[in-house]
Design a protein around this ligand. Structure first.
Ligand SMILES: NC(=O)c1ccc[n+]([C@@H]2O[C@H](COP(=O)([O-])OP(=O)(O)OC[C@H]3O[C@@H](n4cnc5c(N)ncnc54)[C@H](OP(=O)(O)O)[C@@H]3O)[C@@H](O)[C@H]2O)c1
Length: 255
């Protein structure tokens, strides 16, 4: 039977690792990309290909992805999905107090890499007669500003409008892919720890993030991954290119 292919960036921990684990359990062929190792887990009936790759060099990562996809036969796959999950909160601080190299890295990993990987994926899979989806993991902070995280807010806002533009391009094709920039809600990961433990003098919202944790309002990575994968499987995936998982109350129109 043909296998679904899913590519997950930021796969070494947090939401990305939970996605990889859930996808392997569901029998997907998974390409996992992060600088660190991606642990496969014990029972993985699917197949995992894991690359240790720095997405700050987005052009190299995209070229490698395109070459790898060219080795696959689309006729042996059930579907192809790219989940651009990797993201970076540079050391939270006002813009003028932030290090230039950290700001650049946040934009490269958080916006440039998803854009170039999406382009490579769309090009390499264009002739495949199967459902193709791109998911950009965005944030509520793409839609509102937060002091002390300007590069993160800018990258996520960029993802949202990237999705709007590419959705129009793909809708004009008979075999177009579907794309969504998705805010996944708050998740108990290393990124959240970074935010709540940041210096309140440089990042006034750290107390708010600590309160979210203390009040038990964070999803576990496994819970968030399950919600995200159920969203990806919806028949109306792509109908709204900018979506917030927390605002998705309507049932799938064709479950
Ligand atoms: N946690 C939340 O509450 C929350 C809320 C809204 C949106 N999000 C979004 O959800 C996504 C996942 O976040 P998370 O909370 O799981 O974050 P996380 O725990 O910090 O994990 C980030 C992942 O990105 C990878 N990554 C970072 N820099 C990279 C680089 N240069 N090259 C390749 N991979 C890199 C990391 O792997 P390596 O370090 O091994 O490279 C790691 O696997 C992000 O896009 C984040 O913005 C999270």
């Amino acid at each position: 039977m043909n296998r679904p292919l899913t590519i997950v960036t930021g796969s070494s921990r947090g939401l990305g690792l939970a996605l990889v684990q859930a996808l392997l359990q569901r029998g997907h062929l998974v390409l996992a990309i992060a600088r660190g190792a991606t642990p496969a887990g014990d029972a993985a009936p699917g197949r995992l290909v894991a690359w240790q790759q720095d997405l700050a060099d987005a052009a190299a990562a995209a070229a490698r992805l395109e070459a790898w996809l060219a080795t696959l036969d689309g006729a042996t796959l059930a579907s192809a999905t790219l989940i651009n999950n990797a993201g970076v909160v540079a050391d939270p601080a006002p813009l003028a107090a932030s290090r230039a190299d950290e700001l650049v890295r946040a934009l490269r990993v958080g916006l440039e890499a998803p854009m170039l990987l999406s382009a490579a994926f769309l090009r390499a899979s264009a002739g495949w007669a199967l459902p193709r989806k791109v998911l950009l993991v965005s944030s509520g902070l793409g839609r509102r500003g937060m002091a002390g995280s300007a590069s993160y807010c800018a990258a996520k806002a960029g993802l949202d409008n990237l999705a709007r533009a590419v959705a129009l391009e793909e809708a004009a094709r008979s075999d177009g892919a579907r794309i969504v920039s998705l805010a996944p809600g708050v998740i108990d990961t290393e990124m959240q720890r970074q935010l709540r433990e940041a210096d309140p003098a440089r990042f006034p919202e750290s107390a708010g993030f600590a309160a979210l944790k203390a009040q038990g309002r964070l999803d576990s990575p496994a819970q968030a991954a399950d919600k995200l994968l159920r969203f990806l499987a919806r028949s109306d995936y792509g109908a709204r290119p900018v979506t917030d998982l927390r605002e998705l109350d309507a049932p799938d129109p064709a479950p």
